[in-house]
Design a protein around this ligand. Structure first.
Ligand code: ATP
Ligand code: MG
Ligand code: MG
Length: 590
């Protein structure tokens, strides 16, 4: 369990709980609440947070931070967190994304109070309320229908330091506005011909307060409401209402929404005046978004990589999507540890990718079974094997799968065999000893890990001078784990796999997807920074326990790093496929 570090959000929540900010709150009951809380109504005095993705793509590691913050705070302070689909933008949304988001949140280790998946909240369920609230604003003189062109509106909105200009439609009476707005709803006007705007202050220093648009006409079929509506609320209008209807206490979002907070508060105050919403209103707090080096965190840009076939899909193990990280071998525990470790701050910064990798290593170190795999194989022949051990003899060997099992846990045992021929890494043999080299060269002894001590005698080569076989002799009575096996001293132990029981495996060696640490900073074209060598597929030879992996099982391939049996392509026993999850040591700084 990663220790919980205090941060400004925790301080705000703790202070609210201490002051009893929500103690007097009556449970007004947010729409559909009963269905969302199988375990009964949550205590209204407790906190409520929400994670509100737009279902227009797959979630990425930045969203994972937000999920861990929102669901994590609710868990830690005995409150609840709503998964809410912010589905107010009909053209871009799709149920494929809805389902992938539900999967991602659950996989990360969070749920919605034991209720079924369908219990996620949907902004589109509040379209009726949002419409009524808009009519209220019109009647109270807080909103008007504007028929300026988009271009006129943009120009008249003004710029920083320069006040805006009132629309000629700004002084319409509530009755006129109401009639027009109803015509908008009834499909009497073209898409884009008019909008409903909040009537606030065209001279406000905050551009977001210069009569923001709150409803637009858009003839589009919505994934939830179908063709019921041809007008849709704008995000800035919809979001505070969603929060208020669900009686969210702390609405946590990224810093780019800071300038929207005055409108958030303005809107909720107006609607409270009209008795449309219960008090106390939710409060918005902003935290820094996650920027991770060598990574892009924008659904739109990630979609471009997928649609332009720069990667093999949303779940390509090089993608920073949650499905991509999962397929790469990341664990929920590693991602939660990462979110805790990077903390929550109020200023933007870049987090080094190695921080994320470090969390995975830390999580897998104790849990992942060990196994041997030879990634760049050359055959080693033990020339005296038949004579010393018996012709064709295969000697069974065992090793613990977990060298440091957690307390009270007994390590499972790996079984493999050694015979006359074994595979070793090409780099473990040198014809002439380089300075300090302790592995195989003629005359040197090493241990085959978990097997025997061997003494190198030379090699054979083909016509091009490529080494085809390394030659050695086995030293009798040195089998690992047998009495006296350590009497012959060696300076190195090398990994290997028996030719007789090794299994060919496809191994996908991944490198960073981008060469530039900030691939899309300052408007750069991130496509140009793609690493042409981000994937190398090799055929490795793995020991039987690895070939028998279950899909998604993680391993440490001794000396090489952590690998995962691919959850899509790996077939237990018959077609092993592994993805490199993370190397053993930090290589990002190299
Ligand atoms: P994108 O630009 O990738 O589409 P978004 O913010 O538009 O991201 P949403 O679906 O609206 O995507 O995001 C849901 C929540 O996730 C929001 O509350 C948002 O603030 C948060 N979020 C998105 N990206 C990050 C990030 N990089 N770091 C932290 N939180 C993020
Ligand atoms: Mg968004
Ligand atoms: Mg976005």
């Amino acid at each position: 369990e990663t220790p919980k570090i205090s941060n400004f959000l925790r301080q705000i929540i703790e202070s609210d709980l201490e002051k009893g900010t929500y103690a007097q709150r009556k449970w007004a009951g947010s729409p559909g609440d009963a269905a969302h809380h199988a375990a009964g109504q949550p205590d209204p005095a407790k906190i409520r947070t929400r994670f509100p993705p737009e279902p227009n793509g797959y979630l990425h590691v930045g969203h994972a931070k937000s999920i861990c913050i929102n669901f994590g705070l609710a868990r830690d302070y005995g409150g609840v967190c709503h998964l809410r689909f912010d589905d107010t933008n009909p053209e871009k949304e799709d149920t494929e994304y809805v389902n992938s988001i539900i999967d991602a949140v659950k996989w990360l280790g969070f749920d919605w109070n034991g209720a079924p998946d369908a219990a996620a909240y949907q902004a589109s369920d509040y379209f009726d309320f949002m419409y009524r609230a808009a009519e209220y604003l019109i009647e109270a003189g807080y909103a008007y229908v504007d028929e300026q062109t988009v271009e006129q509106m943009r120009v008249n909105r003004g710029d920083f330091g320069k006040p805006g200009v009132d629309s000629p439609f700004r002084s319409r009476t509530p009755a006129e506005n109401l009639a027009r707005f109803r015509e908008m709803r009834d499909g009497k006007h073209e898409d884009g011909s008019m909008v409903l705007r909040a009537k606030i202050d065209m001279a406000s220093p905050n551009i977001n307060m210069r009569d923001p648009a709150i409803y637009r006409i858009r003839r589009a079929t919505h994934h939830n409401t179908g063709d019921t509506w041809c007008i849709y609320p704008m995000y800035t209008y919809a979001h505070p209402i969603e929060d208020a209807l669900e009686q969210i206490t702390h609405s946590l979002c990224t810093l780019e929404f800071e300038d929207q907070r005055p409108f958030y508060d303005w809107l909720l105050e107006r609607l409270a005046e009209g008795d449309l919403l219960a008090a106390p209103a939710p409060r918005q707090y902003e935290f820094a978004r996650l920027n991770l080096t060598y990574v892009i965190t924008s659904k739109r840009k990630l979609a471009q990589l997928v649609y332009d076939h720069k990667v093999q899909g949303w779940d390509d193990p090089r993608m920073p999507t949650i499905v991509g990280l999962r397929r790469r071998g990341y664990t929920p525990a590693a991602i939660q540890m990462f979110a805790e470790r990077i903390g929550v701050t109020k200023s933007d910064s870049w987090i080094d990718y190695s921080t994320l990798e470090g969390c995975l290593r830390e999580d897998l170190e104790a849990k992942a079974h060990r196994g041997m795999a030879v990634i760049n194989p050359v055959k080693l022949v033990l020339t005296n094997w038949d004579e010393v051990m018996g012709a064709g003899h295969l000697e069974p060997c065992t090793q613990p799968a977990l060298p440091h099992p957690p307390e009270g846990v007994e390590s499972p045992t790996r079984h493999f065999t050694i015979g006359k021929e074994v595979w070793i890494e090409r780099e473990d043999f040198e014809e002439v000893q380089p300075k300090g080299y302790k592995r195989l060269f003629p005359g040197n002894k090493v241990r085959l890990k978990g097997g025997y001590v061997i003494e190198c005698t030379g090699c054979t080569k083909d016509a091009n001078g490529t080494i085809t076989e390394v030659l050695a002799t086995v030293v009798p009575d040195t089998k690992s784990g047998t009495p006296g096996s350590d009497l012959v001293k060696v300076k190195a132990a090398i990994t290997w796999v028996g030719v007789a029981n090794g299994v060919n495996a496809e191994v996908r060696m991944y490198d960073r997807l981008f060469l530039d640490a900030q691939p899309d900073a300052g408007g750069k074209d991130f496509i140009e920074s793609l690493n042409p060598n981000s994937l190398k597929v090799v055929t490795a030879i793995v020991e039987p326990s690895l070939a028998n992996a279950l899909p998604d099982q993680k391993f440490q391939f001794e000396r090489h790093g952590y690998f995962v049996a691919d959850r899509v392509d790996h077939v237990q026993g018959s077609k092993p496929v592994f993805n490199l999850a993370v190397g053993l040591k930090d290589s990002w700084g190299k």
